[in-house]
Design a protein. Structure first.
Lengths: 803, 235
C-alpha cells in the first residue's frame, strides 16, 4: 500500500501541470460545496442551542399574501390560540418595545424584550448573576424589574458584580435590576434586556390589541403541518367572527430559522444547495475525465500488470489511490478555504446587516460540517476514481485492437467524451443562467426608483415611550417642538418626518371606499398608510400629479384628508378622478379621509415582491399623530456635525427620548438590501467558478477528442474534404453536443431562475436566455477551432502518420 | 496509352532542427492509364513519401508533377482536396475507416464532398462499390464490428466508389493475415482487369509480383523499374 502511494505520488509529481489543474478544479468545487454547507449550517439553518430546540416554531400571520415575521399576532389572538392548541406542549409570546435607558444626563436607546418566565425555561436560559424572571414578577405592581443581557451589563455597568439591586430607568420608570443572563444567551434572537411581559387585554378592544411574537414547542412526534392545520382553523373562524380585522389574514407556522431569513429563505437555500452540488458535479466530471484520460493512456501498462497476474481489484485499488490523494489534498485546501470563507461571511453579516445576528449563529465549523466535508471528500474520491478505474481495467486488449480503427477514438471513449461535453454544457448553462438572473435581479433592486429622493440626507428614528405620551396632543407637541429645535441648529436646513420611508417598511392597512358594500364576509382592499409631516413631498422630491399637498389647515380639527399614489388612484378609481373620494382605514377608527391629492408611486422598504406593487396613502401627522416616526434631516457640513446638532435638539426636547439609528440615507437603503447583495455575491462566485470549471473542462475534452481525431482529419482530407468542410464537420458535431446539453441545461436553468424569482431575488432577461447559450457556444467553437486549425496546418500525410 | 502521372526531377526534403533529410531525390516517373504499378523497397527508403506525394497528401520540395496532364505542384489546399476527391482513391495499411460511421457512410464519405451528388446517388454508388468487394450485406455495421480483412475490403470500396483515375494503395495487406491478404490482392487484380489504374506500395515481394510493373526505391531514388513482360531497368 505504501509502495502504491509512493508510486502514485511520483506519478503526480512527474506531471505537475496535470496535478495542479486537477487540484485547482477539485479544490474549487469542494471549497464552494463545503463553504456553502458550513455557512448555511452555521447561520441560517443553525439549530437552536438548547434541548427541544428542534421542536420550537414561530406562529405569525400571512396578511394579503405577505408572510409577516416578528410580533404580528394580536394579544387577543395569542391568548385564544393558547387555549386551543393541542399539538404543542408549550405556547408562549413575547413583545418587543423600544427602551430608552436613562443614565445620568442622557438616554440611550435599546430594544427590550417583554417576556414571561417560561421563555427562559423553554430556551435553557440561566442567570450569570442574580436571577431571571419569576411568576411573581408578572403580577401588576411587581413588574418594575429588569434582567440585563450579559453584553448590556458589560457595556452599561462594566461588569459590576454588585449590579443586582441597583436601579435602571427604563422609559422614564425606575426598574430594579434582578439579574444578568449568562454570556452568549440572547433568546429569542438578539435580546439585550428583559422586562416582564405585562401586556393585558383588560379594557383593550381587539382592534387596539398589541402585537406579540408568538412561539410554541411541538409535542414530541408531532409534525409542524398538524400545528399549521390547527392554526389555520382558528384564523378561518376569526375571519368570520371579525371580518373587519381579519378579512385577509391567515396563520403561518414556521421555524425560528426560516422566520429570520424571511419568506424566500427556503428557495434561496434550496437554490444555493442545488448550485453548489452542480459545481461539485462539474468538478468531479472534469477531474474524473482527466483521470480517465490518464488511465486510458496507460492501458498498455494496465494490460501488462494484468498479464503478470494482478487481480482487477488490485488494479482498481491502485488507480483509486490517485483520485483519493487528489481528493484528500483538495479537500484539505477546501476545508481551510471554506473555513476562512465562513468567517469572512459571518463578519460581513455582523457588520453590513441592519439586524443583529441571532445568538445561535457562529463562524465556526461544526462537527456536523466537518463530518459532511469528510463525506463529500470520500464521495468525490470514489466518484472521480472508481469510474475511470473500472473503465480502464475493463478493456480487453483484443477489443482495443479491433476497435482501433485508425483515425478515430475508440467508440466508447468517443461516446463518453460527447456525454461529458453535453453534461458540462447542461450544468454550466443552468448555473450561469441562475447566477446571471440573480445578479440582474439584485442590480435592478439596487437601482430601484423609490419614487422619493434617497440621497443627501440623514435619517434617524424616534420612538416615544408610552409613559408621558399617551395622548395624541402630547405627541403632536413633542414632534412639533423637536422639529423647531432641529431647525434652530445652524447646521440643519430642512427636516421632515414620516412613519415609513424608503429604507424602512410600509404599514399595510385595510381600508374601505365610501359607497362600496363589502358585505358581512368583507374582503377589504389594503394599502400602505404613511403618516407624514407637511413638507415630506417637497423635501424628498415626490411629485404632485393632481390636487394639492398638505398644509397647515389640515390640522386635528379639520376634515381628515389623504393623498394617494398614482397607482392607488388608477387601481381603485379607474373610471374617474380620485380627488374628492373618501376612504376609511377599517382598523383605525371610523373617520373618513377625503382624497385631496395624487402623487407619484413610491416604494417603502425592500424594492422586491409585493413592495413593488403596493399602493400607498399619505395622512398628515397632525391628523394621526404617531409615537414612532422617522426623521429626514438635510444640512450643511459633515454627517457628524449634523448628528450632533440632532442630538442637541433631541436632548432639549426630552432627554429621555434619544434619536437612534442615525445614519445617512445611502447606507440605510443599502443596508436593507445587504442580504440580497450577499446572495448576489455568492452567486457571482458560483457563476465564475462554474465558468472556469466548465469552460476549461469543455475545452479540454473537446480539444482532446479532436486531437485524438487527427488521423480522422487526415483521412477526410485524403478523401477530398476541404479545410472548411472539415471545420464544418467538427462544428456540426460540437453543435449536436451543445444542443443536447442545452436541451437539459435550459429547462434546469429556467427552473432555478423561477425558484429564485419566487424568492424575489432573480430577474430573467432575454439577454440572459440568449447570451448564456451563445457564450457556451462560443467556448465550444473556440474549443473546436483551435485544435482543428492546428490539425489542418499539418500536411494530410503527417496527420495520417499521427500515433 | 496515355500518361496519367508524370514526375520530373522530383525532390522531397524534410527539415527538422537544422537537419535536412532527403526523403526523395531526382524522381522521374511516368504512370500510364490502366497500369498496375507496385513500389517496393526497404523501410525508410521513401516509398510511402512517394505515394503521399502522388496522392497530393504531401508537397514536393522541387520538381514537377503532372496528373492527368495538369501541373499539380503549387496548388492551394482547396484545389488539392478537389483533385484528391475526384481523381484519387486511397487504400491504407491500417484501413483508416471512421469508427462512428457505418460501412455505407464510410464508403459514401468521399462522395459527400462532391457537391453535385444527391444523397440517393451517393448511396447507390456506395452500394455498388460495396457489392464489388462482396460487402453489400454489411452496410449498417460499424468498422469495429468487422474483421481486418472485411475492413480493408470496405476501404477498397471507399477508394473505388467515386470512380477515381488512380487507386493508391499503401501496404494494403500489411495489417492482414495471409488469407485475408490474398483476398484483398485478388480484389485489386480484379479491379485492374476491369481497367483501374493502381499504384501500390508494398514491401511484400509476393504482392509486388502481382503488379505488371515493379518499381524499386532505395535511399530516396528509383533504382529499378521492371515490367512483367519486358525486363528493362531504368535508373
Amino acid at each position: 500500500m505504501i509502495e502504491d502511494i509512493h508510486y502514485t505520488l511520483r506519478r503526480l509529481l512527474k506531471a505537475p501541470r496535470f496535478t495542479a489543474l486537477t487540484l485547482f478544479v477539485m479544490t474549487t468545487g469542494l471549497a464552494l460545496c463545503i463553504y456553502m454547507f458550513s455557512f448555511i449550517q452555521s447561520t441560517i439553518q443553525a439549530p437552536l442551542p438548547f434541548s427541544g430546540g428542534e421542536r420550537m416554531v414561530r406562529i405569525t400571520i400571512n396578511s394579503n399574501g405577505t408572510i409577516y415575521d416578528g410580533p404580528s399576532v394580536r394579544l387577543h389572538e395569542y391568548l385564544e390560540l393558547k387555549q386551543r392548541l393541542t399539538t404543542v406542549d408549550a405556547v408562549d409570546a413575547f413583545a418587543i418595545r423600544g427602551a430608552n435607558l436613562s443614565t445620568g444626563d442622557r438616554a440611550l436607546r435599546y430594544r427590550a424584550h417583554l417576556v414571561t418566565p417560561e421563555l427562559f425555561s423553554l430556551s435553557g436560559g440561566r442567570a450569570a448573576l442574580g436571577r431571571l424572571l419569576s411568576d411573581a414578577d408578572m403580577l401588576p405592581g411587581q413588574d418594575n424589574v429588569v434582567v440585563l443581557g450579559y453584553a448590556l451589563w458589560q457595556e452599561l455597568f462594566a461588569g459590576d458584580a454588585n449590579v443586582v439591586g441597583k436601579t435602571l430607568t427604563v422609559n422614564g420608570t425606575a426598574h430594579t435590576i434582578i439579574g444578568v443572563s449568562e454570556q452568549g444567551y440572547r433568546f429569542p434572537s438578539d435580546a439585550t434586556l428583559y422586562l416582564p411581559f405585562s401586556l393585558s387585554t383588560r379594557g383593550i378592544a381587539r382592534k387596539d390589541s398589541p402585537y406579540v411574537a408568538m412561539y410554541a414547542r411541538l409535542k414530541p412526534g408531532t409534525q409542524r403541518a398538524e400545528l399549521a392545520q390547527e392554526v389555520a382553523q382558528y384564523f378561518n373562524q376569526l375571519r368570520q367572527a371579525h371580518p373587519q380585522l381579519n378579512s385577509n389574514v391567515l396563520g403561518h407556522v414556521w421555524t425560528f430559522q426560516d422566520e429570520l431569513v424571511g419568506s424566500g429563505g427556503t428557495q434561496i437555500v434550496a437554490t444555493m444547495y442545488i448550485s453548489v452540488f452542480m459545481i461539485l458535479l462539474l468538478a468531479c466530471v472534469n477531474v474524473g475525465n482527466l483521470l480517465l484520460s490518464r488511465a486510458l493512456e496507460n492501458t498498455k501498462e494496465t494490460a501488462i500488470r494484468s498479464a503478470l497476474g494482478a487481480p482487477r481489484a488490485t488494479l482498481i485499488k491502485q488507480m483509486l489511490i490517485e483520485s483519493t490523494l487528489i481528493s484528500v489534498l483538495s479537500g484539505t485546501f477546501a476545508i481551510l478555504l471554506a473555513g476562512w470563507g465562513v468567517e469572512v461571511s459571518v463578519d460581513y453579516f455582523a457588520t453590513a446587516m441592519p439586524i443583529e445576528m441571532p445568538y445561535w449563529w457562529h463562524a465556526n465549523f461544526t462537527q456536523n460540517s466537518l463530518l459532511v466535508a469528510f463525506a463529500i471528500v470520500i464521495a468525490t474520491a470514489l466518484l472521480t476514481g472508481l469510474l475511470p478505474a473500472w473503465r480502464a481495467t475493463s478493456t480487453d486488449i483484443n477489443t482495443v485492437l479491433r476497435d482501433g480503427t485508425r483515425g478515430a477514438q475508440g467508440q466508447k471513449n468517443a461516446r463518453l467524451s460527447k456525454l461529458i461535453v453535453a453534461l458540462e454544457v447542461a450544468l454550466s448553462c443552468a448555473l450561469i443562467m441562475v447566477s446571471a438572473a440573480m445578479v440582474n435581479g439584485i442590480d435592478t433592486i439596487n437601482r430601484a426608483d423609490y419614487g422619493m429622493r434617497t440621497t443627501n440626507y440623514i435619517t434617524a428614528r424616534i420612538q416615544l415611550p408610552d409613559l408621558g405620551y399617551e395622548s395624541e396632543d402630547s405627541r403632536r407637541q413633542y414632534f412639533s417642538t423637536l422639529s423647531t429645535l432641529i431647525l434652530q441648529q445652524s447646521e440643519i436646513d430642512q427636516v421632515t418626518m414620516a412613519s415609513s420611508m424608503a429604507h424602512t417598511w410600509g404599514a399595510y392597512n385595510n381600508f374601505a371606499i365610501e359607497g362600496q358594500d363589502y358585505g358581512r364576509m368583507a374582503q377589504y382592499p389594503a394599502a400602505n398608510l404613511n403618516v407624514i409631516t407637511n413638507n415630506f413631498f417637497e423635501m424628498l422630491d415626490v411629485t404632485l400629479l393632481a390636487g394639492r399637498r398638505f398644509n397647515n389647515q389640515d390640522n386635528k380639527d379639520a376634515p381628515k384628508v389623504v393623498i394617494v399614489t398614482q397607482s392607488f388612484a388608477s387601481q381603485f378609481f379607474p373610471a374617474g378622478s380620485a380627488l374628492g373620494k373618501r376612504i376609511r382605514y377599517v382598523e383605525q377608527g371610523d373617520d373618513w379621509f377625503t382624497i385631496v391629492g395624487v402623487v407619484n408611486d413610491v416604494i417603502l422598504g425592500q424594492p422586491t415582491g409585493n413592495n413593488l406593487i403596493r399602493t400607498t396613502t399619505f395622512v398628515p401627522f397632525e391628523q394621526m399623530p404617531r409615537s414612532y416616526m422617522h426623521l429626514a434631516i438635510q444640512g450643511k457640513g459633515k454627517q457628524a456635525s449634523i448628528r450632533q446638532a440632532l442630538e442637541r435638539a433631541a436632548l432639549k426636547a426630552d432627554p429621555s427620548v434619544p434619536p437612534y439609528r442615525v445614519m445617512s440615507i445611502e447606507p440605510a437603503v443599502a443596508e436593507r438590501v445587504a442580504g440580497m447583495n450577499f446572495v448576489s455575491k455568492v452567486f457571482t462566485l458560483f457563476a465564475l467558478a462554474s465558468m472556469v470549471i466548465a469552460f476549461s473542462g469543455i475545452y479540454a475534452v473537446m480539444a482532446n477528442a479532436i486531437a485524438q481525431k487527427q488521423q480522422e482529419v487526415g483521412v477526410r482530407r485524403a478523401l477530398g474534404a476541404s479545410d472548411s468542410e472539415i471545420l464544418v464537420h467538427f462544428i456540426w458535431q460540437g453543435s449536436k453536443q451543445l444542443g443536447v446539453g442545452l436541451m437539459f441545461g435550459l429547462p434546469a436553468g429556467f427552473a432555478l431562475v423561477n425558484l429564485m424569482t419566487q424568492a424575489g431575488l432573480a430577474q430573467s432577461h432575454p439577454l440572459i436566455t440568449l447570451g448564456v447559450p451563445l457564450l457556451i457556444a462560443t467556448v465550444i467553437l473556440a474549443a473546436i477551432m483551435v485544435p482543428v486549425s492546428a490539425a489542418l496546418r499539418l500536411e494530410p500525410a503527417a496527420a495520417l502518420r499521427d500515433e | 496509352m496515355t500518361a496519367l502521372i508524370t514526375l520530373k526531377n522530383l525532390k522531397k526534403v524534410f527539415t527538422t532542427e537544422d537537419v535536412e533529410t532527403h526523403a526523395l531525390s531526382d524522381i522521374n516517373l511516368t504512370i500510364e492509364q490502366g497500369e498496375y504499378v507496385s513500389i517496393s523497397g526497404p523501410s525508410g527508403c521513401g516509398k510511402s513519401t512517394l505515394l503521399s506525394i502522388l496522392g497530393l497528401l504531401d508537397s514536393t520540395s522541387s520538381g514537377s508533377y503532372e496528373l492527368n496532364g495538369k501541373q499539380v505542384t503549387g496548388l492551394s489546399n482547396k484545389q488539392r482536396a478537389a483533385i484528391r476527391n475526384q481523381d484519387i482513391g486511397f487504400v491504407f495499411q491500417s484501413f483508416n475507416l471512421i469508427s462512428d460511421l457505418t460501412v455505407l457512410e464510410n464508403v459514401a464519405l468521399p462522395l459527400r464532398y462532391r457537391k453535385t451528388l444527391s444523397r440517393q446517388e451517393r448511396e447507390t454508388m456506395a452500394m455498388n462499390a460495396l457489392k464489388k468487394v462482396d460487402m453489400g450485406h454489411r452496410t449498417s455495421h460499424y468498422p469495429g464490428q468487422l474483421s481486418g480483412g472485411q475492413q480493408q475490403r470496405v476501404a477498397v470500396a471507399r477508394a473505388i466508389a467515386g470512380d477515381p483515375a488512380i487507386i493508391l494503395a499503401d501496404e494494403p495487406t500489411g495489417n492482414l493475415d495471409s488469407k485475408n491478404a490474398e483476398l484483398v490482392m485478388t480484389l485489386l487484380d480484379k479491379l485492374h482487369h476491369e481497367g483501374a489504374t493502381i499504384c501500390m506500395v508494398t514491401h511484400d515481394p509476393r504482392g509486388a509480383q502481382r503488379a505488371e510493373r515493379i518499381i524499386e526505391v532505395f535511399d530516396g531514388r528509383i533504382i529499378s523499374d521492371t515490367r512483367a513482360a519486358q525486363n528493362s531497368v531504368v535508373a
